[in-house]
Write a protein that binds this ligand. Structure first.
Ligand code: NA7
Length: 527
């Protein structure tokens, strides 16, 4: 029997393996694909890129790693991030404990033997005292159930399952469905390759310029000279990202100062716009100032006023759906070869053998790209048959939305940990920082249990309830709940509408987790 079984060899699983090995525990990682990198292994669509700066979207646990790795761009593209994940796997000799091409289908807790039994789709069985789910938040792509897809004679791809070989789109008529972060990244790049591009937009989302560029060598040198201090500073922020948080309250500023702040964020680029004002996601007036500014930029960029209007988001506060960060997204609509179809006015009726038919047109297509997102956060877990004490199923326990204690554990599922999932800040902050914090907490917990001769840890039902209540209260005080977003489960028909990530801030959350541990794992039953 293993001490720890980890599911997933993305950034969470890789670091979890490294940490638990450091405790002298026997561990294996089970990974569905044939390589490491998780999200960055699968999302190979044209233009795939991280919108958190490379120097920050990277591990901090090893100074040597940080000193030796060189990022070529301010925001790394998918191939470079994947190369980094592979480098980490090799550098820390992780591969020998990763079992590839093993997709876990079930994980059951055995109350008597106090162990988790994991079964793969190939019927292999693994047993371990502890189970760490490092499944990723955006790892279960969803393709809407359009009538006729199986009859389509062209090729179709989902951005989150992009083929590993070359996909040549040159001179082809391509359709993209979806204008979230993936669509907004892919559309400008596909438009450059394709003969024509038709974009099917359901909800206009806010996108801001990423302002990517080659890595500034002096910036990189300064980072490397001071990395440990900068990493500590990032941990004290609510986003886990430096130069992001703002303590300016819009209502306390004169109009000129408000505009200065908005423009400075616009020029800074990327996700900094998400935090233009401290109250931007709690105060509608503050939010409106930023939203109006971005809408004006869209109108100033897109030459056809009708297309510009269709691209201007109007259904939700800015930032309440994941803010997108792009490179020449709106400019793409000025190309003669690009057409925007607003499917709110012209709904997709079906996919035909030759393309997509809406209520008023048929669009002939060679290729359809689904940039339609994921069953986010909970989907990767509820998609498995996970059973805790007395055979209770996680899917049932979460029927009305995810219930966790600290986003790390679930009452009734002893010795099971989840990395950076629902109930933790995860997708609202720098994911790598969130992952490291979770893995460190879990590893420290395992060390504590060994020291105190405990074999099981189980969140109490009351601690879980308090955390759920607290998380909902914090979310309800924000504008996040006003959008039909994947954060709310709104993109999946029938999914419970609950704001899933913890919005109380990464620094506050880290303090809470630390206090729980310092108080002998308050809220847990250890035995
Ligand atoms: P998202 O952000 O969930 O975006 C999916 C897009 O697909 C979004 O524009 C959806 O419109 C659209 N969509 C979904 N279903 C349909 C149907 N049936 N018809 C038309 N359009 C549809 O996924 P991404 O992959 O872009 O990004 C995921 C995260 O990755 C992102 O947030 C970052 O954190 C990184 P909707 O808005 O639901 O109306």
């Amino acid at each position: 029997m293993l001490d720890v079984v980890i599911v997933g060899a993305g950034f969470g699983g890789l670091y979890a393996l490294h940490r638990v090995r450091g405790l002298g525990l026997r561990a294996k990682v089970l990974e569905a694909s044939d390589g490491v990198g998780g999200t960055w292994h699968w999302n190979r669509y044209p233009g795939a890129r991280c919108d958190v700066e490379s120097l920050e979207y990277s591990y901090s646990f090893s100074n040597e790693l940080e000193q030796e790795w060189h990022w070529t761009e301010r925001y790394a593209a998918q191939p470079e991030i994947l190369a980094y994940a592979n480098h980490v796997a090799d550098r820390f000799d992780l591969r020998r404990d990763i079992i590839f091409e093993t997709r876990v289908s079930a994980a059951h807790f055995d109350d008597e033997r106090i162990c988790w039994t994991l079964t793969s789709e190939g019927d292999e069985v693994y047993e371990a005292r502890f189970c760490v789910m490092a499944l990723g938040c955006l790892s279960l792509p969803t393709t809407p159930d359009f009538r006729g897809l199986s009859e389509f004679e062209g090729a179709w791809y989902h951005t989150g399952w992009w083929p590993h070989g070359e996909v040549d789109l040159s001179n082809l008529d391509v359709g993209v469905i979806g204008t979230g972060s993936s669509g907004v990244q892919a559309i400008p790049v596909i438009a450059e390759q394709a003969g024509t591009l038709t974009v099917f937009q359901r909800t206009a989302n806010f996108s801001v310029p990423l302002r990517n560029g080659p890595m500034d060598e002096s910036l990189e040198a300064a980072w490397k000279a001071n990395n440990s201090v900068l990493r500590e500073q990032a941990k004290k922020t609510s986003s886990g990202i430096l130069n992001m948080d703002s303590d300016l309250v819009a209502a306390e500023l004169e109009t000129d100062a408000q505009l200065d702040q908005i423009e400075s964020r616009w020029l800074q680029g990327g996700l900094s716009m998400w935090n233009t004002f401290a109250d931007m996601l709690t105060d509608e007036t503050s939010n409106q100032l930023v939203a109006d500014y971005v809408r004006e930029q869209i109108r100033a960029t897109v030459t056809d006023p009708r297309v510009a209007e269709a691209l201007c988001p109007s259904s939700h506060p800015i930032g309440s759906k994941r803010l997108c960060a792009d490179t020449r997204y709106y400019e793409t609509y000025n190309r003669n070869s690009v057409v925007l179809v607003d499917v709110r006015h012209e709904p997709i009726e079906r996919i035909t053998t030759k393309g997509i038919r809406t209520s008023s047109h048929e669009y002939p297509l060679d290729v359809i790209v689904f940039a339609t997102g994921f069953d986010a956060m909970t989907g990767p877990l509820t998609n498995l048959d996970i059973r805790g004490l007395g055979g209770i199923s996680l899917g049932d326990h979460w029927e009305a939305g995810p219930r966790t204690y600290l986003g790390l554990t679930v009452a009734g599922f002893p010795n099971l940990f989840s990395i950076a999932g629902a109930g933790s800040p995860s997708v609202l902050c720098n994911m790598i920082l969130a992952i490291e914090q979770h893995v460190d907490w879990i590893a420290d917990c395992l060390a504590y249990m060994r020291e105190h001769a405990h074999t099981t840890i189980n969140a109490s039902a009351s601690a879980e309830q308090q955390w759920v209540t607290h998380s909902n209260e914090v979310a309800d005080a924000t504008l996040y709940t006003k959008a039909a977003s994947w954060y709310m489960g709104a993109n999946i028909p029938g999914k419970a509408r609950v704001f899933m990530p913890y919005v109380g801030g990464a620094a506050t959350y880290r303090r809470t987790c630390d206090e729980v541990a310092e108080q002998g794992y308050r809220g847990f039953v250890l035995s």
